[in-house]
Write a protein that binds this ligand. Structure first.
Ligand code: HAM
Length: 422
């Protein structure tokens, strides 16, 4: 047997029900905020991510699934959605002189070490806003994520962390100061941090290594380098978060692993999933459109890691899966000749009651065997189709969960009314 590729997700029917519920809930919240859906390709030119996410980031350096197209172009499976979203809106002239608020959902691919909550194919729902300079849109996006947690009932399991990286000039100044401080002490750094010193020094702040952290205590601090305009933006955001009563913690070490951020960055983290704590992350990326060849346009957004949110939802509400019902109504036939009639009746039921899940028995067998299957499906009622069902427009309903109700033959209309109750 050929097995699944390591880290690529299989989502089985009983898990998929929870996924559907979570996705539908999040999509509804995004739509309530009047964000518009977009769909992005899975494959892009590798250059988009190299320029967008950043050549020196872990994602681009060692985590992308990159392949050569048949004509030699280098393509990569998308590791995230922000660069593609900028590329698409820019390509269709949708960023110039207008604002946009969009969302996307789907699988992303990163060659990371798989473990609980971390996969090589994982799912994100992302929201992005373009053309807004003030902190009000940062606050709207954070509020949107908060509304998502509330709608899912997991708001007590996540905490918001925020920081500001300042303008890109401030970031450059800080980067230089950090490198100047750490270079003479580089032998005290852990191996990863030593490598980052020349590639992506600000990520050293993220290091979990105690010796590196001890060294960083003495290092120049990012907030001392942030420019006045950025601080004002940040203060504005904090005021709005307070007005919305969203609790947050300032984390001056929050720098994010993608290169495009400026000013606000934020992460929603949880203690409930072991080491994979970030369930949603984002921030402002005012320089990205320009970096990808467009006119300077401010951008801000976030992406929710669905895999992790589904795990949290499972902890918060264990009983979605306990509902072991794959169909509401199960259609049986009294004779094999009634199969045609059953197909017709099944479609009439679906048309009359669009949310009802109607499963028709397949594969023959006597009525007893069919009813056994009906029971196993979790359906509340079986409908027995005989020679007369179609001619007489009747339904024979057998109640499977309440023996007292037994079996009854009623008109099609009365049957629909009865089924409506399930
Ligand atoms: P990111 O921090 O790389 O940001 O990913 C966002 C979220 O995706 C993470 O917080 C996490 O929940 C989830 N995630 C990332 N990698 C994995 C993985 N290997 N397995 C499972 N879940 C994972 C971005 O992708 C940015 N594009 C976010 C953004 C949008 N910033 C502005 N707009």
């Amino acid at each position: 047997m050929v097995k699944a590729v390591r880290g690529m997700r299989d989502i089985l029917p009983n898990q998929a029900r929870r996924w559907d519920l979570v996705e539908q809930t999040l999509t509804r919240v995004l739509q309530q905020h009047a964000y518009e859906a977009i769909r992005l390709p899975l494959l892009e030119f590798t250059e988009l991510f190299a320029r967008g996410v950043g050549e020196a980031t872990d994602i681009v350096e060692k985590e992308m699934y990159t392949l050569a197209d048949r004509d030699g172009d280098s393509l990569s499976l998308r590791p995230e959605g922000t660069a593609s979203s900028v590329r698409m809106l820019q390509e269709y002239g949708l960023l110039y002189n207008q604002t946009q608020r969009v969302y996307y959902a789907g699988p992303m691919f990163r060659y990371e070490k798989p473990q609980k909550g971390r996969y090589r194919q994982f799912y994100q729902i992302g929201a992005e806003a373009y053309g807004f300079v003030g902190p009000d849109i940062d606050a709207e996006l954070i509020g949107l994520a908060w509304a998502c947690w509330q709608a899912l009932g997991i708001e007590s399991m996540v905490n918001l962390e925020i920081n500001t990286l300042g303008s890109s000039e401030a970031r450059q100044r800080y980067r230089k100061a950090l490198v100047d401080f750490l270079t003479p002490k580089s032998e005290q750094l852990d191996e990863d941090s030593r490598r980052r010193l020349t590639t992506n020094p600000m990520r050293i702040l993220d290091s979990k290594n105690p010796a590196t952290q001890a060294l960083l205590n003495e290092a120049p601090k990012l907030p001392d380098f942030v420019d006045a305009q950025s601080l004002e933006h940040y203060a504005g955001l904090k005021q709005l978060l307070a007005a919305m009563q969203i609790p947050y913690r300032e984390n001056p070490n929050l720098v994010r692993g993608l290169d495009y951020y400026t000013h606000t960055v934020f992460e929603w983290v949880t203690q409930d999933l072991g080491s994979q704590g970030a369930v949603c992350a984002g921030g402002r990326y005012d320089g990205l459109v320009e970096r990808l060849g467009g006119r300077s346009t401010p951008g801000v957004g976030f992406a929710i890691g669905l895999d992790r949110v589904v795990l949290l939802h499972e902890l918060a509400q264990a009983n979605v899966e306990a509902e072991d019902r794959s169909a509401d109504v199960y259609l049986c036939v009294t004779h094999p000749e009634c199969n045609g009639a059953a197909l017709v009746v099944a479609n009439s039921l679906r048309a009359a009651l669009p949310t009802l899940r109607v499963r028709q028995h397949m594969g023959g067998g006597n009525l007893k065997k069919q009813l056994k299957k009906a029971d196993a499906s979790g359906a509340v009622v079986a409908i027995l189709i005989d020679d007369e069902s179609l001619d007489q427009q009747t339904l024979t309903i057998k109640h499977l969960r309440d023996a007292g109700l037994g079996q009854e033959t009623v008109t099609f209309e009365a049957g629909i009314a009865r089924l409506q109750q399930h």
